[in-house]
Ligand binder design. Structure first.
Ligand SMILES: *Cc1c(COP(=O)(O)O)cnc(C)c1O
Ligand code: SF4
Length: 395
């Protein structure tokens, strides 16, 4: 059985082979084997862990909204003894998913209304979000795109690649293209290379990035061949998605190390989730382990108002408290930006602890991480000009 679920902070452990003791390591380490052997059914789950009633009902209902799929690698991180396991809450459906709360929305970030071309979201002036596939290695129960992701919901993602490339060629203001979905790293090396090559042929596109949870769900996918493809298209950055320190296993650390060695700057996007990572100690352990993996914590998201996710949402104040518990107390590189993706399509809005106590034309009064109060005087234009005159008169 998998062991060591209470590994001390900061320790990287492997939970393989866990529930698959007789699988040859050549198969285990093959990403195609991992995909083929994902847990996708009630049977598959119940053969390995005892479900609660809430989970059992959730699994039966998942087929009509967001499919269930869990890679063997990720499944092994579930502590079978703990019904509240933070890994389990992310990927095993629960009955609460079928209960909409009053503010829930199918498309909480208003992406569908900002698509000039199917699959291309152009919200910000100089960058676009390119939804290249609706498939992921595993499905997060709180996915902000659950309306289109996994193929189980009522809406289908239609991406018109040729039309998207033509749009990007015409829109010379776009300098940054973010590939997401779904997960672009599920493409074969050749297909990914073709998409990146096509984007690189557009002269005004300076910056490419990929948003992916594959290094966490399926670290086996990070092969030397994939790294060689990615490396050809620099500058290429990557945002991964880890929420809990247990996700950073020895295999994941090795995969992230290969990406970093390929010269890819790595960031992490976490979603703040009730019962998963909504406390300062867990987040501190996560961000420290990310730095050890050469990943810079980038965003911490307030959970979007996605349908059936209210049991995973936290008070906004919790996120602010967590940032406050990090800032000043640990490396600045370890502190992500807490954001709300404004419901209805306002984009990401940063939320910060209140360090500014008072501010007028003369001064700003601020407090530091320890709560000590300081004043910084504003430059006084009149005084500065007079001083300048006096200096000139002297020469
Ligand atoms: C998040 C997002 C981006 C990228 O935003 P950054 O703050 O630059 O990381 C771009 N477009 C859309 C629609 C997004 O949701
Ligand atoms: S990996 Fe990303 S796109 Fe896929 S289900 Fe999770 S949150 Fe959604």
């Amino acid at each position: 059985m998998p062991d060591d679920f209470s590994a001390p902070n900061g320790r990287f452990v492997s939970h393989s082979p866990g529930h698959w003791p007789s699988v040859p390591s050549a198969d285990w380490n093959d990403w195609r084997w991992q995909l083929k052997n994902r847990i996708t059914s009630l049977d598959g789950l119940e053969q390995r862990i005892r479900l609660t009633r809430e989970e059992r009902a959730g699994v039966l209902l998942a087929g009509s909204k967001l499919a269930m799929s869990i890679t063997p690698h990720f499944f092994n991180l579930i502590n079978p003894e703990d019904p509240g396991c933070p890994i389990r809450r992310q990927v095993v459906p629960r009955i609460e998913e079928s209960q909409d709360s009053p503010h829930d929305m199918a498309d909480p970030c208003g992406e569908d209304s900002s698509m000039p071309v199917p699959g291309l979201v152009h919200r910000y002036p100089d960058r676009v979000l390119f939804l290249v596939t609706d498939r992921c290695a595993a499905y997060c129960r709180y996915c902000t795109r659950s309306r289109v992701v996994s193929g189980a919901g009522e809406q289908e993602l239609v991406t018109d690649f040729e039309e998207a490339f033509r749009y990007l060629e015409k829109h010379t203001e776009v300098r940054d293209v973010l590939l997401s979905g779904g997960d672009a790293l599920l493409f074969s090396d050749a297909k990914l290379d073709a998409v990146l090559t096509r984007l690189r042929a557009i002269p005004h596109i300076e910056f490419l990035r990929i948003g992916t949870r594959i290094p966490i769900f399926l670290p086996q996918r990070i092969t030397p061949g994939l790294c060689a493809v990615l490396k050809k298209h620099h500058p290429l950055w990557m945002s991964v998605h880890a929420n809990h320190p247990r996700e950073l296993t020895t295999e994941v650390r090795a995969a992230l190390g290969m990406l970093a060695d390929a010269g890819i700057p790595l960031g992490n996007q976490s979603v703040l989730l009730a019962g998963v990572n909504d406390n300062a100690a867990t987040m501190r352990d996560l961000v420290h382990k990310l730095l050890l993996c050469r990943v810079r914590p980038y965003y911490l998201y307030q959970c979007d108002l996605i349908r059936g996710s209210s049991h995973l949402r936290t008070p906004v104040a919790r996120g602010i408290e967590i940032i406050e518990s990090l800032r000043g107390f640990t490396s600045g590189y370890a502190v992500p930006q807490f954001v709300i993706d404004a419901p209805g399509g306002g984009g990401k809005v940063p939320l910060n602890p209140g360090y500014v106590l008072y501010h007028d034309a003369e001064k700003i009064v601020i407090r530091n991480f320890e709560g000590r109060v300081f004043e910084y005087p504003e430059v006084q234009p009149a005084v500065a000009a007079n001083h300048h005159e006096a200096e000139l008169a002297r020469v």
